[in-house]
Design a protein around this ligand. Structure first.
Ligand SMILES: Nc1ncnc2c1ncn2[C@@H]1O[C@H](COP(=O)(O)OP(=O)(O)OP(=O)(O)O)[C@@H](O)[C@H]1O
Length: 269
């Protein structure tokens, strides 16, 4: 059972190549009496993609939701431990969770555009956060966000059309554009391609690769191939614990722990 023991060093087993954006320290999460996350410490690098992998129910999404305090919205959930973003404790009472969630955007498994026009899907966030003064500035925010999400050319002539009328892959890029529109620093993606076909998936993966130049990205994925393709760091979770964390290339070629090896070679999960 040796390899189940999480050590502080395993939370940063390989040399950091970028500054740390999010520093999670000793995180426990409970749903009522049931513990879903056990003492996880993890340092997430800026301007890179970190993949969370592990079998179903191991706590990947629960841990992801700690980073933008989405677990606050689940009544039975209790989170302990500390998470620092650029050195500031995100659970400090002075931090407004709504503002935090604009700095830490989230993209979900199923594309979930608002029942509004393509334009308004993007403009909604900047409007409520007062990020654009006037129509011209808002037009610019909308165009820039759609460009960064690789969707502008496909939708520039139909901005007033409903977002829900786009294809699944386009809807997911719309949701990424919506997250980008409020100038986040971190983007959390919870299985963003699981509802998409291989072509739409390839587009999102390309996009993730471009976005990492500007953002800290964390992605939960069930696809080993996807984790290997898009991420620079990989964290392997099992039964609520962080088993191993390090450079994606190393995790997939030379994992330290037997459980990681078993999982990536498809022996369980
Ligand atoms: N809202 C909730 N209320 C109660 N228990 C929950 C809730 N959300 C998750 N859990 C439990 O917490 C544990 C971790 O779940 P979580 O969804 O974080 O795992 P996961 O690794 O993301 O799984 P999957 O890969 O299937 O999405 C599971 O046992 C799950 O049943």
């Amino acid at each position: 059972m040796e390899h189940f023991t999480q050590t502080k060093s395993s939370a940063r087993a390989d040399a950091a190549s970028a500054p740390i954006k999010v520093d999670c320290q000793n995180i426990d999460v409970y749903y009522g009496d049931k513990q879903a996350i056990e003492d996880i410490s993890l340092e997430i690098e800026d301007r890179s993609v970190t993949a969370f992998i592990g079998p179903s129910g191991c706590g990947k999404s629960t841990f992801l939701r700690c980073i933008n305090r989405m677990n606050d919205t689940i009544e039975s959930a209790k989170v302990t431990g500390k998470i620092f973003m650029d050195g500031a404790n995100i659970n400090d009472p002075s931090i407004d969770p709504v503002l935090l969630r604009s700095r830490v955007g989230m993209v979900f498994q199923k594309p979930n555009p608002f029942p509004k026009s393509i334009y308004d899907n993007i403009a909604y966030g900047p409007r409520i956060h007062g990020l654009a003064s006037g129509k011209a500035e808002m037009d610019e925010v909308v165009e820039n966000s759609l460009r960064k999400a690789g969707l502008w050319e496909e939708v520039k002539d139909r901005l007033p059309a409903p977002g829900t009328g786009l294809s699944g892959g386009q809807q997911q890029r719309l949701c990424i554009a919506r997250a980008i529109a409020v100038s986040p620093e971190v983007i959390l993606m919870d299985e963003p391609c699981s509802a998409l076909d291989p072509i739409a998936t390839a587009k999102i993966e390309e996009l993730i690769d471009e976005l990492r130049e500007r953002y800290c990205i964390v992605i939960v994925t069930h696809s080993m191939q996807q984790a290997a393709r898009v991420s620079q760091k990989t964290a392997f979770f099992h039964l609520g614990k962080l088993i191993e964390y390090g450079d994606t290339e190393r995790i997939f070629t030379n994992p330290e722990h037997g459980r990681t090896q078993d999982y990536i070679t498809g022996r369980f999960g």
